[in-house]
Design a binder for this molecule. Structure first.
Ligand code: ASP
Ligand code: MG
Length: 415
């Protein structure tokens, strides 16, 4: 017998029939002797609908009131799922975040979990009840409802698994695991049986949106074994088989297999690049350019500063494409102040990254990546590296070609 947390996404909870399916699956696990906590998302589309309503009243919704509204989607889900379990003869009880309680800070719409009380839930589990807890929401020290940011139910589930010391957190979703890259771009993309937390974090933050990045951070910090698996399978499939399906996010030291050099290729189509040309090469330049960008809440990703020529240098960085116009506006305003000659931008660039913990013990990954791109005639605009990742910025029209060529060059289609 083990304590296991199941998380179901919006699609899995998308209709009353689907909720009945979830109940059948959860009951199967409980019947096998496990203690089960379920953390569902709102029914698909519901959070968007709620936020849309708020925006019809107030263009920039008040964050506290927005959380009051947005958090209701999950409350409907837990009630319905609990009823679906009761209807098939299981003991079940649902809780909103504040009833557990799940305590967070007061950063409305992006709150962070601070603590989770296990007493009430543990007592219910001991009585043989299946406990269903809202994802996405919590309560701050003053009793206000908060939400954890879009996709936050993943983080709720992992945090609850950590607090309750669950054996595993199973994230049921509409994909059957984590792939070497997006199968819509490379048809040979392969599902990974395991991936490390660090790799998953790189892939998640690079746009492979299977899990909310913060949930992966949480799982890594609290060592919660987390598995991503499909909720679209037959809910009555053999439990053993289901328990080993999907992709297990694990620790490097626990993977006894020979590590592949590269585990996956991530890409981000919607990048933009901005160059501030001809600024004086003196202390404070980077600060005077990037400070106002940060103040405008624009996230900067890759940064390079060129070698200076006759005391002047160029400064290039990337932002997500949606922030390009805003970032250019900010820089226009400070251009004179930083004595820049001019600004140039390109909003049609994409980032492609190869990720793998195996890189630590293998040399030549970068050169293989660059050779592959050169053989395809793809020009590299910027490069950045970390211990387990190499990213390049390229013209967006070559992005898919680059991903396919790299997938092949690193033998990712082979198990
Ligand atoms: N319902 C919330 C959202 O749509 C949280 C979640 O689904 O994880 O973002
Ligand atoms: Mg999600």
């Amino acid at each position: 017998m083990a304590l296991i947390v199941h998380k179901y996404g919006g699609t899995s909870m998308g209709s009353t029939d689907r909720i009945k399916n979830v109940a059948t699956r959860v009951a199967k696990w409980h019947d096998a002797g496990h203690q089960i906590i379920v953390v569902p998302s709102a029914m698909s589309g519901e959070t968007n609908r709620l936020i849309g309503l708020a925006k019809q009243i107030m263009e920039q919704p008040d964050p506290r009131e927005l959380d009051m509204i947005a958090s209701t989607g999950e409350q409907v889900s837990v009630g319905l799922l609990s009823m679906a379990l009761l209807a098939i003869g299981k003991k079940a009880v649902s809780y909103a975040g504040w009833q557990v309680p799940i305590k967070t800070d007061s950063a409305y719409t992006k709150a962070r979990i601070e603590s989770i009380d296990d007493q009430r839930v543990k007592a219910d589990l001991a009585e043989g009840k299946i406990v269903i807890i809202t994802g996405f929401q919590g309560i701050d020290a003053d009793g206000n409802l908060t939400t954890l940011g879009r996709g936050g139910s993943d983080t709720s589930a992992v945090a609850i698994a950590a607090a309750m010391k669950a054996e595993e957190c199973l994230i049921y979703t509409d994909v059957d695991g984590v792939y070497t890259t997006d199968p819509r771009v490379v048809s040979e993309a392969r599902r990974l049986k395991t991936i490390t937390f660090e790799e998953m974090l790189e892939l998640a933050s690079l746009g492979s949106k299977v899990l909310q990045s913060r949930s992966v951070e949480f799982a890594g910090n609290y060592r919660v074994p987390t598995r991503v698996l499909s909720s679209l399978t037959d809910p009555l499939m053999p439990l053993e088989e289901e328990a080993n399906s999907g992709t297990l996010i694990s620790f490097e030291e626990d993977t006894h297999m020979e590590q592949a050099v590269i585990s996956g290729i991530a890409f981000n189509r919607d990048e933009a690049k901005i160059t501030v040309l001809g600024v004086p090469d003196k202390p404070g330049v980077a600060y005077h350019i990037l400070g106002p960008i940060a103040d405008a809440n624009i996230e900067v990703d890759m940064i390079i500063q060129n070698q200076s020529v006759e005391g002047k240098t160029d400064f290039t960085f990337t932002v997500s494409r949606g922030e390009y116009v805003k970032a250019m506006g900010v820089l226009e305003a400070v251009k004179e102040e930083v004595s820049a000659i001019t600004l140039v931008g390109d909003a049609k660039v994409s980032k492609v990254s190869v990720v793998g913990v195996g890189m630590r013990s293998h040399v030549g990954v970068a050169s293989q990546m660059f050779r592959t791109l050169s053989e395809e005639g793809i020009n590299i605009l910027m490069i950045s590296t970390s211990e387990i990742k190499i990213s390049v910025l390229i013209d967006e029209k070559y992005m898919e070609l680059a991903v396919r060529a790299l997938h092949k060059a690193f033998d990712l289609e082979k198990a």
